[in-house]
Design a protein around this ligand. Structure first.
Ligand SMILES: O=C(O)CCC(=O)C(=O)O
Ligand SMILES: [Fe+2]
Length: 527
């Protein structure tokens, strides 16, 4: 990643009419992140190494580390699967994994909707007591199997306590229960360039179709002179884009990442601050383990995570009646046609490194989050797999999934899979209710690469799949009956105009530009 010691040269964009609020500014890096061969003690350094201290400008102490409890149960579940055969040195596409690499037990695991449960604390290289070598290798193999098949797994013992998750989900639910006028007071619509704020029902759009949810987006706020922003601006300006569009993109990116977050109710604000610090630390540690499972060398893994950026969404999915809801989500099967109605959130891939999802565990929520497993189910078919934690999973279980950038960095060894959220079924409220009421509340935390992270020249970059192009042209994702094909289409690190992205910031911008109903097709800073 490029380093800069001079202020960013992009003109600060037009003043944003958002209320200034001190929520969640860029935090210091956690010292060195966790990678094979390295261990946590580097995280405790009271003074941050000079290479990263220039980013250390916030009120958060540099000694933040996740409180990773010692393991009290087996480090992975279900039992380990055979390690898949070695992947070819250069994988032909970003996300496809030949079916031959899916072992029969793994296919079974997918069909029975059992994503592995990974115990992060037990898998850390400096875990105490250490796992026997064989057990650690088996757990990593189980993780690798899930990463290469669907890019989703369940995570426990990660330091984001169940209690903190419950508090955040309850405060989030309370926000969405407020009168519309209070929510609209922090509307994204009022400040679209900031990417932040409240979106009413059906304002968020996935691949052209309205989503049946309300949400609030928040982002890490970086300083205009932040090295990663400067690097991204430089990358944009020296990329193939011509002057005017590069300037527009640089301005749009600057507006997006330097804006302040909306003024949320005090308790939600404070809880979110606390949650972000914990989730960020957990994500960094998880990335180390995922990188190891994916076979990335330590230097590449370290480079991927340096200067990481984050954003998050607070989401409320209201319950709906009958068809289209998750009534039968206990049996998710690719042979069942997709619901005719609207989705809580349409099928999409996440953009960055890893997403950590905390969600209500009430009965209404169960089975709502689903991931497309192209190699499972009938040969040549594919299956939507339920991704929510099963009822018996530990209370702190988070759903973790791989984003496009990380999948690309691994050359397709691990998948960034399409996933969707079904609307909860009305009346499905159960005794496990923890704040979602009759609906589902979730908070995906997106752990992203540095804004100036560049795709390595050696990375395979797929062309946009035909199904995606057709769907984009038609303004919707899937033609009826072709959901499976479109769901399996690979993502690619190209902008909407088909040019290879110059840096992660540009990729992020091109994705965010199509996310909301009020934005025009020409949005996205000229990309
Ligand atoms: O609500 C969820 O569980 C996940 C939502 C999601 O996939 C996203 O916002 O990217
Ligand atoms: Fe997602």
């Amino acid at each position: 990643m490029l380093k800069h010691d001079r202020p960013c040269c992009v003109a600060t964009p037009h003043a944003l009419p958002c209320a200034p609020a001190p929520i969640i500014r860029r935090q210091p890096l956690l010292g060195r992140l966790l990678f094979p061969g390295l261990s946590w003690p580097l995280v405790f350094l009271p003074t941050v190494p000079s290479a990263v201290s220039q980013r250390c400008s916030s009120r958060f102490p540099c000694s933040v580390r996740p409180a990773l409890p010692s393991s009290s149960h087996p480090p992975f579940w279900p039992p380990p699967l055979p390690h898949p055969p070695a992947l070819p040195a250069s994988s032909p596409s970003l996300v496809s994994t030949p079916s031959a690499l899916i072992s029969p037990p793994l296919a079974h695991m997918l069909a029975s909707m059992e994503l592995p449960l990974i115990d992060l604390a037990a898998l850390l290289p400096d875990a105490s007591p250490p796992l026997p070598d064989g057990a650690r290798a088996a757990a990593l193999a189980s993780l690798r199997g899930a990463l290469s098949a669907v890019g989703f797994f369940h995570l426990t013992n990660h330091g984001v306590s169940a209690e903190l998750q419950r508090r955040l989900l309850a405060a989030t639910a309370a926000f969405f229960d407020l009168p519309a006028s209070k929510k609209e007071a922090v509307a994204l619509r009022a400040c679209p360039g900031s990417g932040r704020g409240y979106q009413r029902l059906r304002e968020s759009v996935t691949a052209g179709a309205a989503d049946v949810h309300e949400a609030v987006d928040v982002y890490e706020t970086v300083a205009p002179g932040d090295p990663s922003l400067c690097g991204a601006v430089e990358a944009l300006r020296t990329a193939a884009a011509t002057g005017a569009s590069a300037d527009a993109a640089a301005s749009a990116l600057t507006a997006l990442v330097t804006a302040d977050n909306p003024r949320l109710p005090a308790d939600l604000h404070a809880t979110l601050d606390e949650y972000v610090a914990a989730a960020r630390a957990a994500a960094a540690a998880t990335l180390g383990v995922v990188a190891e499972a994916a076979g990335l060398d330590a230097a590449t893994a370290a480079a991927v995570a340096e200067g990481a950026f984050w954003n998050a969404r607070l989401i409320s999915y209201p319950p709906v009646d009958g068809a289209g809801a998750n009534a039968d989500a206990g049996v998710v099967d690719g042979s069942v046609p997709p619901p005719a109605g609207e989705l809580g959130c349409g099928a999409h891939c996440d953009y960055g490194l890893l997403t950590l999802v905390a969600a209500t565990r009430n009965a209404a929520s169960r089975g709502c989050l689903q991931v497309w497993a192209p190699d499972a189910g009938a040969p040549g078919g594919g299956t939507w797999v339920a991704a929510d934690p099963p009822p018996g999973a530990p209370a702190d279980t988070l759903v973790v999934n791989v984003g496009d950038w990380l999948a690309a960095v691994t050359g397709g060894a691990i998948r960034s899979s399409r996933h969707r959220v079904m609307s909860p079924t009305r009346g499905g409220r159960g005794k496990e209710d923890d704040g979602g009421g009759g609906g589902r509340v979730s908070v995906p935390f997106f752990f992203e690469p540095a804004l100036d992270a560049r795709p390595a020249a050696s990375l395979p970059v797929t062309t946009v799949a035909a199904a995606d192009v057709a769907a984009a042209a038609a303004g919707k994702e899937d033609e009826e009956g072709s959901e499976g094909a479109a769901a399996a289409a690979p993502s690619s690190l190209v902008t909407r105009s088909g040019r290879r992205v110059s840096c992660y910031g540009e990729f992020l911008l091109s994705k965010v530009a199509t996310n909301f109903a009020f934005e025009t097709a020409g949005g996205g800073g000229g990309l």
